[in-house]
Design a binder for this molecule. Structure first.
Ligand code: 2IT
Length: 446
């Protein structure tokens, strides 16, 4: 089947799943040429097999709130592809979660994990449960009920969940605690665990750190440097936190963060204790950034707006999918943006991505630039399997090396204009696809 036919078949089969179809389409458009050079892929129906998840678990998650009321959420695990290793990917707890979200995330995860060069397949899961405004006890009961259903389908060598939006250290603790009780084993079936029970140093920071290592490389490759650049960050969770820390450490100045209520603009830079305050805001459970401007006089709060209207050298969406649209991208281009990195998965709409690439903005796609998180999860799995804990320095130097190799793969497959510009989206999609496709070819029709 031709790529265009595959896309229309998918549109007909899954009409409501727009994010999933968006993610698939973005990959297929990039790999079309290389796919056409490999007739054996078509014969083995590699793409038809790659775009559908291996299996999906859907289940109800009943739990009791603090008032004694029975509540019901939906739980999912999408085991997307295990051609190169056990299923691996996070759990997202957010009101917006549905099957389309998790299929898009699982699909992306498959290629991202391939890019890390570690043996991990792709998966994603989660629930439409929102942690916002819930007590610790409610979150624990929800996590326990979620795990009561899921535990039989995961394992250290089959499927290893981790965190994502709404699932941080606290939730992983509750989930893993219940998993251990039910499975009667303790081999590290989750990553992102606490340091006292098998977690890895640097894992909480890893997505943001890795992203900045990648951006640093990408800028250098195009004759620029990170030092002295201004950065707009969206979000104020774990990923935004790591990005702010590393951007600042490498000499850039972060001037925005954002929440569902609007964004903070702080021209003096969000650094030092201001970054710690971001975590305090996150941990307050209220999901708002406005109090930052009350605390720091250098900052202004813009209600219900997104940070992309500010003039910056680098824009890093770190919140959720499709948070940067075509108008945002145009605004950034008008303001002479140099680089955009999708630290959130599929942070840009397709139209935004296309526009940025068309204008030769250095565009780092999610599956490359945010792969440091899952890569460090892979390093956590290694440490668990070896029954040891590495130093922060050891983990960090591995992470840096992995991000550098991902950058090299993108350059290999995405260079254009005689090497003057790298289309990282194309490079990442081809590199990830080739690895997964070759692994699938080797293993027959399964
Ligand atoms: O999107 C991602 O790569 C993650 N949420 C991390 C997944 C993981 O298994 O560490």
């Amino acid at each position: 089947m031709k790529i265009t036919d595959i896309i229309s078949a998918l549109d007909a089969k899954h009409p409501g799943e727009s994010e999933y179809r968006q993610a698939v389409m973005e990959v297929l458009v990039c790999i079309e040429d290389i796919y056409n050079q490999h007739p054996e892929f078509e014969k083995a129906a590699i793409i038809e097999r790659l775009v559908e998840p291996d299996r999906i678990f859907t289940f109800k998650v009943p739990w009791i709130d603090d008032k004694g009321k029975v509540r019901v959420n939906l739980g999912y695990r999408v085991q997307f592809n295990n051609a190169i290793g056990p299923y691996k990917g996070g759990l997202r707890f957010h009101a917006s979660v549905n099957l389309s979200t998790l299929k898009f995330l699982g699909f992306e995860q498959t290629f991202k994990n391939a890019l890390t060069s570690l043996p991990m397949g792709g998966a994603k899961g989660g629930s439409d449960f929102s942690v916002r405004g819930k007590s610790n006890a409610e979150i624990m009961r929800f996590c326990q009920s979620f795990m009561l259903e899921l535990w039989q389908n995961i394992g250290a060598n089959t499927d290893i969940p981790a965190g994502d939006i709404g699932v941080g250290g606290r939730e992983i603790g509750y989930l893993y605690g219940m998993y251990k009780k039910l499975a009667r084993e303790n081999t590290g079936t989750f990553t992102g665990k606490g340091l006292d029970y098998g977690g890895s140093l640097i894992r909480p920071e890893a997505t943001g750190y890795g992203a900045l290592y990648f951006i640093d490389k990408a800028l250098a490759h195009h004759g620029h440097q990170l030092k002295g650049k201004t950065v707009a960050v969206s979000g104020f969770g774990n990923v935004a936190w790591g990005a702010c820390l590393k951007a600042t450490e490498l000499g850039a100045k972060v001037i925005t963060i954002s929440g569902p209520d609007g964004y903070i603009y702080d021209p003096e830079g969000i650094e030092g204790e201001k970054i710690d305050f971001m975590l305090e805001l996150r941990n307050s459970g209220e999901d708002i950034v406005a109090p930052y401007a009350d605390k720091y006089p250098s900052a202004t709060f813009y209600a219900n707006k997104r940070p992309w209207e500010q003039k910056v050298d680098i824009a890093l969406p770190c919140a959720i999918q499709n948070e940067m649209n075509e108008q945002d991208a145009q605004q950034l281009i008008n303001n002479k943006v140099l680089c955009v990195g999708e630290v959130s998965n599929m942070g840009c709409t397709t139209a935004a991505t296309d526009l940025l690439i068309e204008h030769k903005v250095i565009f780092a796609p999610g599956k490359a630039v945010n792969a440091g998180g899952v890569a460090t999860s892979g390093l956590e799995m290694t440490q668990n399997a070896m029954h040891i804990q590495w130093s922060a320095q050891e983990v960090d130097s591995n992470l840096k090396e992995i991000m550098s190799k991902i950058h090299d793969q993108c350059v290999k497959y995405g260079s254009q204009d005689g090497g003057a510009y790298v289309n990282y989206a194309k490079g990442a999609n081809i590199a990830g696809f080739m690895k997964v496709a070759n692994a699938m070819m080797a293993q027959g029709v399964v």
